[in-house]
Design a binder for this molecule. Sequence first.
Ligand code: CTP
Length: 447
Amino acid sequence: MKTVITYGSFDLFHEGHHNLLKRAKALGDKLIVGVTTEQFDIYRGKLNVVDSLMRRVDRVRQTGFADEIIIEDHEGQKIEDIQKYKADIIVFGSDWVEKCNYLNKYCEVVYLERTKNVSSTILRHERSGIIRLGIVGTGRIAERFMQETKFVSGVDVAGVFNPRTESAKKFGKKYEVQPYFEDFDGFLKQMDAIYVATPHDTHYEYICKALLFKKHVLCEKPMALSKRDVEALFHIAFENKVVLMEAIKTAYAPGFIKLLSIAESGRIGNIYDVEAAFTKLIPYDPDIREYNPTVGGSFTELASYSVLPIVKLLGNNYQSLDFESFLAENCADIYTKARFKYDNAIATAKTGIGVKSEGQLLISGTKGYILVKSPWWLLKSFDVCCENIHENETFSAPFPGFGLRYELADFIRNISDPTHRNFKFSKEDSIFMSVVIENFLKYAHRR
Ligand code: CTP
């Protein structure tokens, strides 16, 4: 009795999958097929899987080739499964050649020729088309974003806009994209969607215009500096049936999503306190964006991160919010502490560009606490700690590269599937963020 085992996502089940399973089954008497979970796919960099796990399992079952279907949800599972199911042969398509030879010491490794010209990736592109994305702004974050786009399928960067001719040309040359610098309307006409990474106070105008042209918009945080503006933008997006999303990378990262589900599962009991800090020293220069006294300063620059876990865990219905800031010569804040009071909880968000602090996230509950060490916003692991230290546990998750690929993957998914609900950072979350920033600006301008 020979047992054969093989693995895959089997998304949008196609002829290539069918052929592979048929040939794998013919190699032995029993075929076990491992189907990956969505989380594991995200972990290994497949960000756009369309079908649910149940649907993918069903499609494999319907072929009649699989004698048993199992779920693959973690790295290293193949070795465990080979031993557990006493597999004699493990099968991969030829795209895996050489990569799985390490399994030779556990069983025979067979690579089967892939079926030509078909793959889930091709089918996903055919379904949603390739989205032509334009980048607005050419600063550091736009450069990082550009590098991350290659990890997300279904998107093609088709142009970059910056009214400053030289910057647009330089960026265009470096990343081989068409630069635009004169005519924003002309640029918009060439795109299906744009990513806005310009100074905060220019967001509203760029977003508004793009939405009116019926272009989807992903905008760097903060989307706008007042509740009225953010609400107006979402209204325009709704009227024009396009997606509007705020890009706070941590909100879309797998580790942060995992942290929220564990915190909300009751594992640390009722949450009474959330404390988050983000500081980044930037040498004082009154002429740079970060020290602009009207719209710059540490809070507008960094609060989107520090406030994120607070809104996600405690919601938007706080009782009171107050601030304490220290200011630079030109009155831009160099360090700010925002204190939230909820019915049954308190929270603190700290930001600094002229004061350095520990950049950690601490969530305290009645049964324990969750600690994410600095830099918590690039969340790769976190500790759940209890009174009984034997119950402590460390969780980990991927955060590859600059971590911007996850927000882009969600943006593309929202565009391709209008029924998809953006719970990771919703319209209500963006509005809440704008309320906090607007309150801060009122406080800052009173001083
Ligand atoms: N496979 C194949 N021929 C194809 C496509 C896939 O033989 N044309 C094989 C893969 O090599 C793998 C299995 O089918 O052994 C499951 O592959 P999966 O990654 O789910 O399919 P892909 O179509 O390659 O998916 P994607 O485009 O998302 O990478």
